[in-house]
Design a protein around this ligand. Structure first.
Ligand code: SF4
Length: 91
């Protein structure tokens, strides 16, 4: 079985999403954030399989660091960023 076939099988695994409150497939989790993984993917899936090994094949180092290493923005910071983008006053 090649890597793509293994990923297809893993993509079909399901778990209960704590954010949505219903079952979701791994294929959803690894693309949930605009095509990139949900920030909770490691925590949600690590008990089921070595999810980091899978994601390291599909996520760039820069995206990995932004998603899993850098601290998440507070709601206020995220709101201010959204306002800046909407008004064109951001950096
Ligand atoms: S990784 Fe994100 S989208 Fe997937 S089950 Fe966990 S919280 Fe839900």
């Amino acid at each position: 079985m090649d890597a793509e076939a293994i990923l297809e099988r893993i993509d079909r695994l399901e778990t209960r999403c704590p954010k949505l409150g219903h079952q979701v497939a791994f294929s959803y989790c690894r693309q949930e954030s605009g095509g990139l993984p949900c920030a909770r993917t490691l925590a949600c899936w690590q008990p089921r399989f070595p999810v980091e090994l899978v994601l390291r094949r599909t996520v760039t180092e820069a995206d990995w660091n932004r998603i899993f290493v850098e601290p998440p923005k507070s709601r206020i910071d995220a709101l201010l960023d959204a306002i800046d983008r909407a008004t064109g006053s951001g950096p």
